[in-house]
Design a protein around this ligand. Structure first.
Ligand code: DC
Length: 221
């Protein structure tokens, strides 16, 4: 039987990272934050002054990225870059390079390598559609743009980073539009993914819903 994957897709700040990490921890599964891979790639490109539209150069960069995940921390060339890649600027840059199909292809193997026993919870935009189309459970998480902007604002403030709520809302809406409109692996609610609107829901309630879906799916195999 294949190693089970729980694919959690959705727009920026929909809570998918938080939910996927908790689900992974409770089940003893591995966790993939695929957005971090796009963010680190964009961050490395900016540092190396690579144009964010230069697909061949970005593909080459993706091939030689020295990237390591350790718990919640991300290391680039052995240095922690967790905070640097969480800025809105890094998110925008990640979304900009994420439209490039050959770059997405170059990052596929890195993402699939996270699928290890006993299982994987993965979050992103195309986990259930492209990276793990045979995922045991597919969820598409969403929430109103205002609620998502509020959550992102609180996250940034808690980390001691500067934040501006109306700017965040505008950035988020622009990013959603770009992520959904691109032709390569666009963010979408796939027909086989269960839609969960988390507006007004607690984290615990969303986690429970994902667990229920996973138990049901396990019962079927
Ligand atoms: O989930 P996030 O906000 O960290 O993702 C940052 C950007 O990376 C997002 O706006 C689009 C891109 N991305 C993607 O195209 N596919 C994924 N599976 C994950 C992220």
């Amino acid at each position: 039987m294949s190693i089970p994957v729980i694919a959690i897709d959705g727009p920026s700040a929909s809570g998918k990272g938080t939910i996927a990490a908790i689900v992974a921890q409770r089940l003893g599964f591995h966790y993939l934050d695929s957005g971090a891979i796009y963010r680190v790639t964009a961050y490395a490109a900016l540092k190396q002054k690579i144009d964010l539209a230069d697909e061949p150069a970005l593909v080459e960069l993706a091939g030689r990225l020295d990237l390591r995940f350790d718990g919640a921390e991300v290391y680039l060339d052995g240095r922690p870059v967790g905070d640097a890649i969480r800025t809105e600027e890094a998110g925008r840059a990640a979304s900009t390079i994420a439209v490039l199909p050959r770059l997405r292809e170059a990052l596929l193997a890195r993402q699939r390598a996270f699928r290890q026993a006993p299982g994987l919870a993965a979050d992103g935009r195309d986990m259930g559609t492209v990276v793990f189309p045979d995922a045991r459970v597919k969820v598409f998480l969403t929430a109103s743009a205002e609620e998502r902007a509020n959550r992102r604002y609180k996250q940034l403030i808690e980390k001691g980073l500067s934040a501006n709520l109306s700017r965040i809302l505008q950035d988020l809406q622009e990013r959603d539009a770009r992520d959904a409109a691109r032709t390569a692996a666009p963010m979408q609610h796939a027909p086989d993914a269960v839609l969960i609107d988390t507006t007004g829901m607690t984290i615990a309630a969303v986690v429970q819903r994902v667990f229920d879906l996973f138990s049901q799916a396990q019962g079927k195999t």
